[in-house]
Design a protein around this ligand. Sequence first.
Ligand code: ADP
Ligand code: MG
Length: 571
Amino acid sequence: MKRILKRFLPYIVEYKLYYLLVLVGVLLNVASTAGTAYIMKPMMDDMFIAREAKMMYIIPLSLIGIYALKSLGRYMQSVSMAYIGTHIVTRFREMLLEKIVLLDMAFLYLNRSGELMSRITNDVGRLQYFVANLLPELARESLSVAALIGYVIYLDYKLAFYALVVVPAVVYPLMFVAKKLKKYSHRSQEKNADLLSRLNEVFNNIEIIKINATENLELERFDEQNWQFFRINMKSVYVGELVSPFLEISGALGIAIIIYIGGSQVYAGEMTTGEFMAFLTAVGLVFKPLKNLGQIYSKIQDALAASERVFAILDIKNKIEDGSQELKEDIRRIEYKDVVLEYEGKNLLDGISLSIKKGEHIAVVGDSGGGKSTLVQLLLRYYDPKSGCICINDEDIRNFKLASLKSHISFVTQRIYIMHDTVAANVAYGYEKRDEKRVVQALKDASAWDFVEKMGGIDAMLEEGGVNLSGGQRQRIAIARAIYKHASLLLFDEATAALDNESEAKIQTALKKYTKDKISITIAHRLSTIKDADRILFLRNGKIIANGSFDELLQNSDAFKKLAGKFRQDS
Ligand SMILES: Nc1ncnc2c1ncn2[C@@H]1O[C@H](COP(=O)(O)OP(=O)(O)O)[C@@H](O)[C@H]1O
Ligand SMILES: [Mg+2]
């Protein structure tokens, strides 16, 4: 708890002006609360009992004054609190998303997006509540309690002692309840993240759910978690709502004691009625902030748990460290030097050595799961090798600034990504200014122009995930995106798998124009592509088991001969 509070310190310092305003507001508030108790004494003794006429004006006017100050204080407090809270939540959201999108692909593959979303929405919301509400409330209620107890003791310390004996009897059970509440809130927040992940999963997999008619199965799974969430929330309500009645009764007990003892003192003439009334009012007023403190305590636990999760994300170390060198020239040489990539004790790539130079077109073939995608992903530093290194233009790629490295690479991934935006924005993705002529040309070269034209041209809207396109159309948009970039290294990961032979051939012809003096690496699934390649890499279990031209491999590698035979049947 101390550790996490320390994390907040810089922010609290940063918002010190607003916290100061909150504090002034709180003080006004507290002072006027004590004032309402204080005013009981002159009202009773001077106005009612001594019947001083001027008190008829002074008391009501003071009361108006007190409440005006109280309102002013409250306004200052609320506005400043809202400012701190809204400001900080906006910043943390920004910081979190920035952190998350900059993290390495390995992390992003592994973490459920629903859970990350829960961090950015729910947990950040709780953090906001902590800095904006709980901290000031904590200050306000503690000050109120201190001021009122001080006042009660000042009025009559003996009587105060009797009234306050109930306090420890109240505090201990409350601590117990707070502990329980903390546990429940922790579980509830976890369940909430699970629920979001589940929803995300359902929506992302809706097609497969429909195909398999597993709607009911998914509903059942969702319902189970949903009701678990319900039960855990209700548990915390059952316990949490005990606090109020418990305090109410304890309060009544305290008041009863005072009426009994104080009343006898008034009868005995040891105390004026006014003093008694002021005392009673002050004691009555102590219980409310005391009760609030109990609730604040448990809420703070809850908020700190959430904050801890937020900070945990901010603390994650990016496995991929950005380099410092700018990659200025085109990529003209790529070298893998004995690259080993390990994941969970298994070598995904095992001793890859390879050299590719400008103008070469490489085809990568192999069994699925053999490491083909991983091999090319390394060039964009999805992962860094465990040993060995990859050089571009004789420089370790880890030394390059990631953005500058990526600016030289076009990558059509196995899974196609389409944004909810216009065709033009999708093709010229990442460019602030786009060249419309170049967009159209890229679409033409990717054999996409025909259908784009029918959709209404480059300003036609595409849906998220490209749901309003066919698989082949989506791939063509992705290829157009790669062409538009005019990069010196082009990577295609089964980029034409959904296309018919004819469109594929057309695209290959068009691509030749762009890749003439560039490097292209194509993960291939078609005989025509590999026949065209200058060199073929055959990957199996993370190792290159053959490397050479089509004819060479046919002669030298039985495994390749077998594979080529399969290709022949395919196309
Ligand atoms: N993000 C990942 N995390 C862990 N393992 C992965 C990841 N991506 C792929 N793999 C594993 O790496 C191996 C190679 O995968 P991949 O390069 O995609 O093969 P290919 O493209 O040849 O089908 C597979 O065994 C796969 O299970
Ligand atoms: Mg693959």
